[in-house]
Design a protein. Structure first.
Lengths: 193, 309
């Protein structure tokens, strides 16, 4: 785990970091898992709020909490994750004031035909590596549109004996693995030969 | 104060992702995201659906504007969009018939958990059923064989009874013939001066000594002598009588005789031609004929004929 701050400026010492972990959980290993859980969600929060520097803001939030910890640790009750939420909201507002990024967005550029074909070939290869059951599931789950899609997913969940949310999460995990596989494939092809 | 967060529905998550949620609800959703283990995955799933909807042209108006201006700010989401183009192209491709081997098809079939249990049970039922059917067929075959054997035995008994009936009918015919002959023979006796028929009754065990030999007086023109041999026990279905001279030479015999009721009890009655009986000593040997057809001697009757004027 990186215990120094990034571009945000705030930095924390090893003692502060250790204290933060202890606050999250007295067991060091569990504390590490909890730390990753919180950081991952903080990044998602900043992405969802429209930040282009979500990871940076997440680390800034964690460092801010570590600095505040001696003041609040004795009196704060409840899940520490909630405290992170409040600090994250402040950090985001500060970032808006500093960068004035609200309207500045880059246009989405569609990939070239060549890149599209390369990605498609990678995807075919990655889907081919999936177990048969997962391949069928991901194709069935994403194949319909609009209302047909809802009915289709409900029937699929019934057939597999899963709840609808459990099916959504399962399909999402397979899709995430496929995306990683395609990105890895693309990176390998972009390497100079 | 932060309130406890509850599970969010699909539409609320979509609004949050597009930046359309009011600040209070936004903080509530983020609190849920930080505290619920499933929240992150569900958020990712709605993100994927939102990206797919944009690529399929399902996002319209302000949703589409927010998608482009807010949702796609993060580089991570641009990468997701790029990946999703390929995925939708793959999913929407015309179906290509896949060549699968028999074993692959079988493996795919067994991915349905119920079949993993159903197939062995079905095989077991078929095996037990076949075994039971084979046993049943064997049993029925044995019953059929036994019935056919019984039928053959019944036919054989019927044939035997038919044969016995024919023999009985023949015996009756013979007896009727004898009766007619007796009737014919007795006719002149009642009208003529010389008797055509002499009746002789012989009793067993009275012929042991020479003094006790019964004498039968016969006129010269006697046509028949009717002997009646008394039976002590009537144990045979048929009898045989043989006439012998003093030297033991058989002069005459008769088979198939049956007992008749007489004033002295059961007796064997038969006719002997008078011409055979010259004045001399004779014996009549009575034999019983059992079902084995072997004659068994019952008694010997000694008598003497004398000429009577």
């Amino acid at each position: 785990m990186d215990t120094t701050s990034h571009q945000g400026g705030d930095s924390i010492s090893q003692d502060q970091f250790n204290r933060l972990l202890y606050w999250l959980d007295v067991e060091r290993e569990q504390a590490g898992i909890r730390y990753e859980f919180i950081r991952k969600r903080l990044i998602k929060i900043f992405v969802c709020r429209g930040s282009a520097i979500a990871e940076e803001l997440a680390d800034l939030t964690i460092n801010r909490v570590a600095h505040k910890l001696p003041e609040i640790q004795a009196t704060y009750t409840g899940d520490p994750a909630r405290y992170f939420c409040g600090v994250a909201a402040n950090i985001f507002r500060e970032s808006l004031r500093k960068a004035k990024i609200s309207a500045a967005t880059l246009p989405v550029v569609a990939p070239s035909d060549k890149d599209g074909e390369r990605d498609y070939a990678c995807l075919e290869e990655c889907i081919g590596k999936l177990p048969h059951f997962e391949r069928d599931l991901v194709i069935s789950y994403y194949q319909q549109e609009k209302h047909e899609k809802i009915d289709n997913r409900r029937k699929l969940a019934e057939r597999l004996g899963l709840g609808l949310n459990a099916l959504r999460i399962k399909a999402c995990h397979i899709r995430a693995r496929l995306r990683e596989c395609v990105e890895k494939c693309r990176a390998e092809q972009e390497l100079p030969k | 104060m932060i309130m406890p967060a509850k599970m969010k529905d699909w539409e609320t998550i979509k609004k949050y992702l597009l930046g359309n949620l009011p600040p209070e609800e936004q903080e509530d959703l983020e609190l849920w995201l930080m505290s619920d283990d499933q929240a992150y995955d569900l958020l990712e799933a709605v993100e994927d659906d939102l990206i797919d909807a944009s690529l399929r042209g399902e996002l319209k108006g302000s949703d589409l504007d927010q998608f482009n201006s807010h949702f796609l700010i993060a580089p991570e989401r641009k990468r997701k969009l790029q990946f999703s183009r390929s995925l939708i192209r793959f999913i929407d491709r015309p179906p290509v018939p896949e060549r699968t081997s028999f074993w692959a098809a079988l493996r795919a079939l067994f991915q349905f958990r119920a079949l993993v249990y159903a197939v062995p049970v079905l095989l077991f039922v078929v095996l037990v059923g076949s075994f039971w059917l084979a046993r049943k067929q064997n049993q029925l075959q044995r019953q059929l064989d036994s019935t056919l054997n019984q039928l053959a035995e019944t036919n054989r008994q019927r044939d035997e009874l038919q044969k016995q009936l024919q023999e009985t009918q023949a015996t009756i015919g013979e007896q009727q013939k004898q009766l007619r002959a007796v009737d014919t023979a007795t006719q002149p006796k009642s009208v003529g001066a010389s008797p055509a028929l002499i009746a002789v009754n012989l009793i067993p065990n009275l012929t042991r000594t020479a003094n006790n030999i019964p004498a039968v007086g016969l006129p010269a023109d006697t046509q028949f002598v009717q002997f009646s041999l008394a039976l002590l026990d009537d144990n045979y279905p048929a009898y045989r009588v043989a006439l012998r001279d003093a030297n033991g030479r058989e002069l005459w015999s008769k088979d198939g005789l049956t007992s008749k009721s007489s004033p002295d009890g059961m007796a064997i009655v038969f006719l002997v031609p008078g011409s055979l009986l010259a004045p001399a000593d004779y014996t009549l040997t009575l034999s019983g004929i059992s079902t084995s057809k072997t004659p068994e001697t019952i008694n010997t009757f000694l008598f003497r004929t004398v000429r009577r004027p």
